[in-house]
Write a protein that binds this ligand. Structure first.
Ligand code: DQA
Length: 150
């Protein structure tokens, strides 16, 4: 099955950015982790990281046009106010799973506790570091694998 994983702004700084919240592993470590998990689940990954909301939207449209089976989206801080991203997710038929390294409900800043994307995503996995992505991939395998569900 074909999965697109989109990581938003500042996620390239993993390892040095707030390690007490996001951990000490780097973005390259995350990429390696995702490729290993995807390989074990027999998934083909398209993996992107960008600082720009418009690029995330263009990738969501592409996932729709190219009929990906699912998208994992960690939109970074756009999660909290990205209404154009909300509309893009709502407009496409590909299921989008929201992913976060940290547990938004336990973050100290009140604005960080709310996701404007949650209502249009099919599920949300957070608070488990890299394993949030692992759980999201396994969720996709269970629910959206075209071979499994044919
Ligand atoms: C994050 C949480 C967001 O609030 C933050 O802006 C991020 C990362 C997470 O993975 O925990 O960049 O999405």
């Amino acid at each position: 099955m074909r999965i697109m994983i989109l990581n938003g702004p500042n996620l390239n700084l993993l390892g040095t950015r707030k390690p007490e919240v996001y951990g000490t592993q780097t973005y390259d470590d995350l990429v390696q982790f995702l490729n290993t998990v995807a390989g074990s689940l027999n998934m083909t990954l398209t993996l992107r990281q960008t600082q720009y909301e418009g690029d995330l939207i263009t990738s969501l449209h592409e996932a729709h046009e190219r009929a990906f089976d699912a998208v994992l989206l960690n939109a970074g801080a756009y999660t909290h106010y990205g209404y154009a991203l909300h509309d893009a997710i709502e407009a496409i038929s590909v299921p989008v799973v929201e992913v976060h390294l940290s547990d938004l409900s336990k973050r100290t800043e009140p604005w960080r506790q709310h996701s404007v994307l949650e209502p249009v995503c099919v599920a949300r996995f957070m608070g488990e570091g890299f394993h949030s992505y692992d759980a999201a991939l396994r969720f996709c395998k269970t629910h959206y694998d075209p071979l499994k569900n044919s």
